[in-house]
Design a protein around this ligand. Structure first.
Ligand code: FES
Length: 106
C-alpha cells in the first residue's frame, strides 16, 4: 500500500500526484469519492493530476481527453487507450493506494 496523504490534505475537487513508477494520481470528487489512476495520460506525456475534475471524470490538461475515474476508460479523443485504476483505502483518516493496478491484480 502506498500512503498518499490524509483526507484533510485532499479536499473534494482536489487531486494529488504520487511520484513513482508508475506515478499515480489520486482524486477526491465533489461527491466525496476517492479514485486512483495512472497519472500519465495514454495520449502523450501529461500529468492527469494537473487536469480538471468534472464529476467522475478528469480532463487531460494537454488535449482535453476525458477519462472515467471509475474505469480508466477515455470517453473522447485524442486518447484511445485506458489508464489503469487502483483500489483506494482510507484508514484512520489516511488515504492509501494499492500499488497493483486492478487489471494487474486479477
Ligand atoms: S496528452 Fe492527454 S489528451 Fe493529449
Amino acid at each position: 500500500m502506498i500512503r498518499a496523504c490524509t483526507v484533510d490534505e485532499l479536499p473534494p475537487g482536489e487531486s494529488v500526484r504520487l511520484p513513482g513508477s508508475p506515478a499515480i494520481a489520486v482524486f477526491h470528487t465533489e461527491a466525496g469519492e476517492l479514485y486512483a489512476i495512472d497519472d500519465t495520460c495514454t495520449h502523450q506525456d501529461a500529468s492527469l493530476a494537473d487536469g480538471w475534475l468534472e464529476g467522475c471524470f478528469v480532463e487531460c490538461p494537454l488535449h482535453a481527453a476525458l477519462f472515467d475515474l471509475r474505469t480508466g476508460v477515455p470517453s473522447c479523443l485524442p486518447a484511445k487507450d485506458p489508464v489503469r485504476t487502483y483500489p483506494v483505502v482510507v484508514d484512520e483518516g489516511v488515504i492509501y493506494v494499492e500499488g497493483t493496478a486492478r487489471e494487474d491484480a486479477a
